[in-house]
Design a protein around this ligand. Structure first.
Ligand code: SF4
Length: 287
């Protein structure tokens, strides 16, 4: 069993009356010629790495190699514990955890590139925040990681998840779409609603450029992961409310790819434009 675009995936889900996660698990078993237990074990391991990265970022003194980030997740977490987070518990947690994982990435710690290292905070941030808030089990979270995987696979296959190729919309936008679709399934959404949430997430970030200061995956990446996490929750909420994204997922992915390819090279990870080219960012590079 295989699928190459969202239309085919939805057809499989409809015909077999299965979730996107189940379709992806079947695909993994088919392509890798492995048993279901093996597929599940690998994903369980990936989720554990994500959770460990968050824990480490909140309990250890983290400083990135480039020195631009480190310790911010702890600050946000303190506000969650001691104050009244302005965006509510779940979004505050999602952004703290997402930024924490980026801090681990920036300090060369272990993360899961889902889909890339630069966007590695979005899925863990959203997943662990949702798990804590709704009391979901690890098995439930691992199951919907396959949903996220299906969305990431489709974007990789038909467009790109690389900032160097398609801008930050392709990196953080894809991670946000993956998380949005997964959370939609977790909360009882059907496959159409999952992909509608994913489409909304990409559409909301369309055009976002890739402009890392000094070429380091630190700033603005760190805060963009926070934004990607909150965008995923927003997109899931919209879809679960029965609001359909009028442009289908495959067309949104195609539009994202075309926008990415039309971005000038200065705005595709070269650190020659955007925030990376501001006077203050340039001074940091000289130091
Ligand atoms: S700005 Fe560029 S390097 Fe940073 S997260 Fe976005 S795509 Fe990745």
């Amino acid at each position: 069993m295989n699928f190459t675009n969202a239309e085919e995936l939805l057809k499989i889900c409809k015909e077999q009356k299965i979730s996107i996660s189940s379709a992806m698990i079947k695909r993994e078993m088919h392509i890798g010629e492995v048993r279901q237990e093996e597929v599940m074990q690998k994903m369980t391991h990936a989720y554990q790495i994500m959770k460990d990265a968050i824990y480490k970022s909140l309990t250890e003194d983290i400083k990135s190699i480039g020195g631009l980030i480190g310790g911010e997740a702890v600050k946000i977490n303190k506000r969650i514990i001691n104050g009244k987070p302005v965006c509510g518990q779940i979004i505050a947690k999602a952004i703290a955890y997402a930024m924490g994982v980026l801090e681990i990435n920036g300090s060369m710690g272990l993360i899961v590139a889902a889909p890339t290292a630069g966007s590695s905070g979005v899925i863990p941030g959203v997943f662990v925040a949702v798990q804590e808030e709704f009391g979901c089990s690890d098995d439930e979270m691992v199951d919907v990681l396959f949903n996220a995987g299906a969305v990431g696979y489709l974007i990789t296959r038909n467009a790109t998840v690389s900032g160097a190729e398609g801008g930050c919309q392709a990196e953080v936008g894809s991670a946000s779409a993956m998380a949005a679709s997964a959370v939609t399934q977790l909360m009882g959404g059907n496959p159409e609603e999952c992909l509608s949430a994913a489409s909304t997430a990409i559409m909301n970030i369309l055009g976002l450029v890739c402009d890392p200061i000094a070429g380091l995956v630190e700033v603005p990446c760190h805060k963009r992961n926070a934004m990607g996490a909150s965008n995923a929750l927003i997109s899931a909420e919209i879809s679960l409310s029965g609001i359909v994204n009028i442009i289908p997922f495959d067309e949104v992915v195609d539009a994202m790819y075309k926008v990415g390819r039309s971005l000038p090279r200065e705005l595709r990870e070269t650190a020659l434009g955007g925030i990376a080219a501001t006077p203050t960012a340039c001074k940091m590079c000289i130091k």
